[in-house]
Ligand binder design. Structure first.
Ligand SMILES: Nc1ncnc2c1ncn2[C@@H]1O[C@H](COP(=O)(O)OP(=O)(O)O)[C@@H](O)[C@H]1O
Ligand SMILES: Nc1ccn([C@@H]2O[C@H](COP(=O)(O)OP(=O)(O)O)[C@@H](O)[C@H]2O)c(=O)n1
Length: 231
């Protein structure tokens, strides 16, 4: 084997949750790549269904309208951490799901129970099908989607650090506006009735404010290895 676990090892399921900008995607991708596991960005799935709703003119102020069509789009996620993909009805939406428009609308769509049921089913079937195991990142993975995960990690960071990281990505974005938008989205995600953003009781909390990305990756890889060794 080049890296990661021996082929006979039991598949390992890792849940990584936390608010926006804490480093979930970067950490999860790198940990999965290092350990030879699959990788699933569940935020991309909620963004994809939101993109489809916008594309089809669904009234996002009306949860009943969203619920009525929640089963329509076919969302397919590619789980190779070196090249994750996402399509809706066969269309590659990797770029359009990252626009400000979708970012500002995703919380309204992801709060609808019928949307969550649909996407949760997809997530569980991908996790079950991952031969060597998977790193799944999102908001409710440890609490709801995969409550029996082998390892649960909850990443946090100060709003200032998270806004600075996000502004760094969106060239020229205003730091204050980015911070406000991020806080607003976290509040919506944390206060929804169905499956809110929350730390599972048995999750390991890692505050990444003062850590480099490399340190966070190393910390999570060590936690996975300790679990595998039965510690
Ligand atoms: N510990 C860290 N220190 C500095 N920058 C980081 C750290 N973790 C992630 N980043 C950067 O912050 C940005 C957001 O990270 P990302 O993984 O997308 O967060 P999330 O998935 O939680 O929203 C990315 O540009 C990433 O490279
Ligand atoms: N497991 C998840 C993952 C994302 N989401 C929703 O999807 C949105 C986008 O998630 P994301 O992970 O792409 O967001 P970023 O943190 O990358 O900005 C979140 O703000 C939530 O509304 C969710 O409800 N449950």
């Amino acid at each position: 084997m080049e890296n990661g676990a021996a082929p006979t090892a039991k598949p390992v399921i890792v849940a990584i949750d936390g608010p926006s900008g804490t480093g979930k995607s970067s950490t999860s991708k790198a940990v999965a790549a290092q350990l030879g596991l699959s990788y699933l960005d569940t935020g991309a799935q909620y963004r994809a269904i939101t993109w489809w709703m916008v594309h089809n003119g669904i009234d996002l102020a009306d949860p009943t309208a969203i619920a009525a069509v929640a089963g329509k789009p076919e969302i397919v996620s590619g789980t190779d951490p070196a090249a994750p993909t996402i399509t809706v009805d066969g269309v590659d939406v990797a770029a359009p799901i990252r626009t400000q428009e979708i970012t500002s609308k995703v919380s309204a769509v992801s709060a609808v129970p019928e949307v969550r049921t649909r996407i949760t089913e997809l997530q569980r079937s991908l996790a079950t099908g991952a031969e060597r195991g998977i790193v799944v990142e999102g908001r409710d993975i440890g609490t709801t989607v995969l409550p029996d995960a082998d390892l649960k990690v909850f990443l946090t960071a100060s709003p200032e650090a998270r806004a600075a990281r996000r502004s760094g990505e969106l060239k020229g974005a205003d730091l204050h506006a980015t911070r406000e938008a991020l806080i607003k989205r976290d509040a919506a995600d944390s206060s929804r009735k169905t499956s809110p953003l929350a730390k599972a009781d048995d999750a390991v909390e890692v505050d990444t404010t003062e850590l480099t990305l490399a340190q966070v990756i190393e910390c999570v890889v060590t936690l996975v290895e300790e679990k595998r060794a039965g510690k």
